[in-house]
Unconditional design. Structure first.
Length: 288
C-alpha cells in the first residue's frame, strides 16, 4: 500500500514535467514563423547575399551536424554507462579500467580524426572564400575611422560614371554602401586609426581593417536588399555606432546612385593616413 503511494507520487510530477515540456514545445513551434523556421534550418545564419557565403554556410551546417551526431553518440554512451553500471549493492565498486592502452590510443586517435576532417573542410572553404575574382568590375576602397566608415567608389574606368566618388560617414549619420547585384566587387580595407573589422553578416564574412596593413577581398553580391553592416572589432567608446547600410541594387540603380553622389560634388578619393612615419609597429615598408 505504502509502496503504491510512493509510486503514484513519483509518477505525478513526472507527468506534469512531460505535459509542460509538450506544452512549451507546442507553444514554441506554433510561435515559429516561416522565417524563424528557415533560420533554424540555417543554424541561426541570415539569408546569404553573396556568391561566397554558401562555402561558409555549408561549413557551418556541416560542423553543426557533425557536432550533433558526435554529441548524441557521447550522451548516449554516458547514459548507457550510468544505467548499465550503476551500483546495485551497498559497498559495491564497478570494475575500474585504468591504464588501458588500446582505449587510450583510441581516445587520442578519434579526436585527431575529427579535428582533421574539420580542418580539411575549413581550409577548403577558406580558399574558396578568399579567392580573387578574375578582373573585378568594381573597386571600393573602404576606410574605417573612429567611429564610422568612408567608402570610395573607384569608378574612373566605368564608362557610365567615369569618376572616383566618395561618401564619408559620421557618428551622426551612418553611411550608405551601394553595391551592384551580380557584379564582382573588390574591397580594399584601410584604417585611419585603430583596428576595426568590416562585416556584412549576409556575406558570412568579415575582414580586419588594420592601420598600416591594407586588407582586401572580392565578392559578388547575389541578393537585392538592404542590410546592416557593422564593425566587428571592439575599437573604442563608440564601436557599437560603427554601422553602415548596405544596399544591394540593380546595376542601373547603382550607377544612378554613384552619379548622384558625384553630382553632389563628392568626387575624388579620400585617402587613409600614411602610417609609415608613426614608428616601427606601423612601418608600411616592413609590413609589405
Ligand atoms: Cu570599429
Amino acid at each position: 500500500m505504502e509502496r503504491r503511494n510512493v509510486g503514484r507520487s513519483l509518477r505525478t510530477p513526472g507527468r506534469i514535467a512531460a505535459a509542460s515540456i509538450a506544452a512549451s514545445a507546442t507553444l514554441l513551434l506554433s510561435g515559429c514563423s516561416k522565417d524563424t523556421a528557415d533560420q533554424w534550418a540555417r543554424w541561426g545564419m541570415p539569408v546569404a547575399a553573396s556568391d561566397r557565403a554558401p562555402h561558409i554556410g555549408n561549413l557551418w551546417n556541416g560542423a553543426w551536424i557533425a557536432s550533433m551526431v558526435i554529441g548524441v553518440f557521447v550522451w548516449g554512451l554516458i547514459g548507457w554507462v550510468i544505467f548499465r553500471y550503476r551500483r546495485k549493492h551497498e559497498g559495491e565498486t564497478p570494475r575500474q579500467n585504468r591504464y588501458n592502452l588500446p582505449l587510450e590510443i583510441l581516445y587520442t586517435i578519434v579526436p585527431v580524426l575529427i579535428i582533421s576532417v574539420l580542418f580539411f573542410f575549413t581550409v577548403q572553404a577558406q580558399d574558396a572564400v578568399g579567392k580573387k575574382a578574375d578582373g573585378p568590375v568594381h573597386t571600393v576602397n573602404v576606410i574605417g575611422q573612429k567611429w564610422s566608415w568612408t567608402f570610395n567608389y573607384m569608378e574612373d574606368a566605368n564608362s557610365s560614371i567615369g569618376a572616383t566618388v566618395h561618401e564619408v560617414g559620421t557618428l551622426e549619420k551612418i553611411p550608405d554602401l551601394y553595391l551592384p547585384v551580380g557584379e564582382p566587387v573588390r574591397f580594399n580595407l584601410y584604417s585611419a586609426d585603430v583596428d576595426h573589422s568590416f562585416w556584412i553578416p549576409e556575406f558570412y564574412y568579415k575582414l580586419d581593417v588594420l592601420p598600416g596593413h591594407p586588407n582586401s577581398f572580392d565578392v559578388t553580391p547575389t541578393r537585392v536588399g538592404t542590410y546592416l553592416g557593422k564593425c566587428a572589432e571592439l575599437c573604442g567608446t563608440y564601436h557599437s555606432a560603427m554601422l553602415f547600410n548596405v544596399h544591394i541594387v540593380s546595376v542601373d540603380e547603382y550607377n544612378a546612385k554613384i552619379k548622384e553622389l558625384a553630382s553632389k560634388g563628392q568626387t575624388g578619393e579620400i585617402k587613409p593616413p600614411s602610417f609609415s612615419a608613426t614608428g616601427p609597429l606601423y612601418d608600411s615598408k616592413k609590413e609589405g
